[in-house]
Design a protein around this ligand. Structure first.
Ligand code: SF4
Length: 409
């Protein structure tokens, strides 16, 4: 059953619990203990976890979670620099953190972890791995006095696991904010129960064989969750689909690439938007992304634009980010720009070189990570927007597609 849940709940919808600490304090032991599996290699040699290890599981009542076992941040050898950087990236996606401590040891590295989490406004608690069964000294307890912490001596003892998990879950629930536990549904503010939703899904060269893409699947599920009626069609059958309906649909949602075709078919008084716009409203900061659009008009020939993809996916020859958006922008502006593409969670180090970042919908990452990525740009004063907004802007349809959200901005 656990595997079933693991297969069906995308990582982007799971609560991300990052486990941090110095090397060899018991992070992997804790992850294995929580998951009841030997997910991470446990060894007494410091620094065994060379890269972050992700383990997805169901942890009732928190729901589907991803536990992230990170490399220790105190290993200063040259070889470890890269893995420490990778651990630093885990802060970006962590909804709630567990900091593992050894009894009576608090160093500058614990201060650094606390600082990084506070900077990201990430809630956290401590687990003291008291494997030496020492009594905790006064100074150490004083350090922890303003935080939640659990002390345990028994991370290897399976008989004690249920009791430990009960205490851990209770403490996690007391620090996790409500909006991290219960994500805002994709239908929020735009679709109500029993309304009729027509989704227009083109099956062009970019569509994966034999399945729908994740944003479409997630949107269908969100509508079904609130008992909305979902009708799915391609743009080529949209006219016939609408003719078969007794009443007009309450909203039409389409892929950004067929906005113009769809607008030529649907009545003007039917609410309309795109999957991409819904995701930017639900998953990132809609206002910032909309503000970023204004930078298009300030672009000059040969300016650098970053196409930021949050995952490395197979790019088709008709790829939106790599092919369609560069072509559309050059045509709209009447001159050529220079485009770079970054794939996966790494942003280029030279973000300052870009006049605009155009981000994908981020369907594979969680909201925390999407907001972190957005903030890297905002903190460097680089305008950032997304695929759907750019396509609608250059096609002169942006006002129409954002209309369902305007009252909530
Ligand atoms: S590139 Fe972005 S939108 Fe496309 S599949 Fe990856 S995370 Fe999702």
């Amino acid at each position: 059953m656990e595997n079933d849940v693991e297969l069906k709940t995308p990582k982007s919808l799971r609560l991300h619990i990052g486990v941090f600490g110095r090397t060899n304090v018991g992070k992997s032991t804790l992850v294995n203990y929580i998951s009841d599996q030997d997910t991470s290699i446990v060894s007494s040699v410091a620094g065994t976890t060379t890269d972050s290890v992700y383990k997805s599981m169901e942890l009732s009542p928190l729901g589907p979670i991803t536990l992230i076992d990170t490399a220790g941040i105190d290993d200063i050898s040259d070889l470890s620099k890269e893995r420490i950087e990778r651990t630093a990236k885990v802060f970006d996606s962590t909804d709630v953190a567990i900091i593992v401590l050894e009894q009576n040891i608090w160093t500058k590295y614990e201060n650094e972890i606390v600082k990084q989490l506070n900077d990201k406004k990430t809630p956290f608690l401590f687990v003291i791995n008291n494997y030496k069964k020492e009594s905790l000294d006064e100074d150490f307890i004083k350090k922890l006095s303003s935080y939640k912490f659990i002390e345990t001596e028994l991370l290897q003892d399976k008989n004690y696991r249920e009791q430990f998990l009960a205490s851990l879950k209770q403490n996690l629930l007391s620090v996790i904010p409500e909006d991290s536990l219960n994500l805002q549904p994709l239908t929020q503010n735009i679709i109500k129960s029993f309304q009729t939703v027509v989704m227009v899904v083109p099956l062009d060269l970019g569509a994966p064989k034999g399945r729908l893409i994740l944003p479409q699947v997630q949107m269908i599920r969100a509508c079904l969750d609130i008992n909305a009626v979902v009708i799915i069609t391609k743009e080529t059958e949209l006219k016939q689909t609408l003719e078969k309906l007794k009443d007009k649909p309450d909203i039409v949602i389409c892929d950004s690439q067929v906005v113009k075709k769809v607008l030529n078919i649907i009545p003007e008084d039917v609410a309309f938007t795109t999957f991409s716009i819904i995701f930017s409203s639900n998953k990132s900061d809609f206002k910032t992304m909309l503000e970023g659009i204004k930078a298009i008009k300030n672009l000059k020939p040969a300016d650098k634009v970053l196409i930021a993809e949050a995952c490395s996916h197979h790019a088709s020859k008709d790829d939106i980010g790599r092919v369609k958006i560069p072509k559309l922008l050059s045509k709209y502006l009447g001159f050529e720009l220079r485009f770079d593409v970054s794939s996966g969670i790494d942003y280029p180090k030279n973000l300052e070189d870009y006049s605009l970042i155009i981000h994908c919908g981020g369907c594979m990452i969680n909201k925390k990570q999407m907001i972190s990525r957005l903030n890297y740009a905002v903190n460097k004063n680089i305008p950032i927007t997304n695929y759907g907004m750019v396509i609608s802007f250059v096609n002169n349809t942006l006002d129409r597609v954002i209309q369902p959200f305007v009252k909530n901005i």
